[in-house]
Design a binder for this molecule. Structure first.
Ligand SMILES: NC(=O)C1=CN([C@@H]2O[C@H](COP(=O)(O)OP(=O)(O)OC[C@H]3O[C@@H](n4cnc5c(N)ncnc54)[C@H](O)[C@@H]3O)[C@@H](O)[C@H]2O)C=CC1
Ligand SMILES: O=C(O)[C@@H]1CCC=N1
Length: 256
């Protein structure tokens, strides 16, 4: 399977690295393009067998074409490539619908919309996948590819905007919590680097408690920490008095 990745930025570069370390595509079958060479040269140093090019046309002669440029560049990038079935189009562009994409390529071709988050650079992404005109086999392949870079979930396109807010924007909200907790720790005399490790490991632990037990729920895990009359419930209630739940809901809705 030959894969072209158009755009070697945060997303394109991370997907290229993830694919190159995965089991499904041979490194020499991956071509990455960008208008200038520095990001491509860096990739080439890391994966000498990877193909790089500044020519999108040359690269687009592939089975799967992943477009990873900013949304406002998608039209000018895709139109001249005249992609058509049996090629598969994969778009990472947030907010660009299948209907939008169908104006720039063969509208009947198999298409996927993929929304990773920045943890894809560590192969720890929550990646959302929606499909149109794709066979079951193509969809399973896409899930396999992105499950190697974290956790991938197939959803309907109409859920993509809300799910993007939870996951792709959501990583920023989680980091805002980490930053805020660090500020409190520093005020209490903890060194910033130590505070960062303490909070980051705590967030990872919280995530694993939920991900590694299908039968749990945040409320159950919170109950295990909150000793009656203890100190945690004081903090939890303080968060509620200050509108934490409401602030998070408003933030998620603002990004949809
Ligand atoms: N950054 C994020 O957390 C997420 C980004 N996305 C989407 O991913 C897409 C890319 O975003 P980033 O990687 O963050 O942007 P970026 O700016 O880091 O990367 C875009 C890359 O495309 C290159 N490029 C520009 N014109 C080109 C052309 N004509 N041909 C080939 N390459 C070209 C740029 O030089 C740059 O290296 C966007 O559409 C964004 O909506 C989706 C989910 C998360
Ligand atoms: O903020 C944005 O628009 C992009 C899309 C999802 C995450 N980052």
């Amino acid at each position: 399977m030959k894969v072209a990745i158009i755009g070697a930025g945060n997303m394109g570069g991370a997907i290229a690295r993830g694919l190159a370390q995965g089991h499904y595509v041979r490194v020499q079958d991956i071509t990455v393009t960008n208008p200038s060479m520095p990001k491509l040269e860096k990739l080439k140093v890391e994966f000498p067998a990877i193909q790089v090019s500044t020519d999108n046309h040359e690269a687009a002669d592939a089975d799967v074409v992943i477009v990873a440029v900013k949304p406002w560049k998608v039209e000018e990038v895709l139109k001249p490539l005249r992609l058509r079935q049996p090629q598969v189009l994969v778009s990472v562009a947030a907010g660009m619908t299948f209907e939008d994409l169908a104006h720039f390529v063969d509208p009947e071709m198999p298409m996927f919309r993929i929304i990773p988050n920045t943890a894809i650079s560590l192969r720890a992404s929550m990646t959302l996948i929606a499909c149109r005109n794709a066979s079951e086999q193509q969809t399973l392949t896409m899930l396999d590819l992105f499950n190697e870079m974290g956790l991938a979930m197939l959803i309907e396109e109409k859920q993509l905007a809300a799910a993007t807010s939870l996951t792709s924007c959501g990583i920023a909200y989680v980091l805002k919590y980490v930053q805020a907790a660090m500020q409190a720790g520093v005020e209490a005399g903890i060194r910033p680097k130590d505070a960062m490790k303490m909070v980051a490991q705590t967030v990872e632990g919280a995530a694993r408690l939920l991900l590694e037990n299908e039968d749990t729920h945040p409320a159950l895990e919170i109950e295990k920490v909150t000793t009656p009359g203890g100190i945690t419930i004081k903090g939890v209630n303080s968060l509620e008095h200050d509108g934490f739940t409401s602030a998070v809901i408003k933030a998620i809705k603002a990004s949809i």
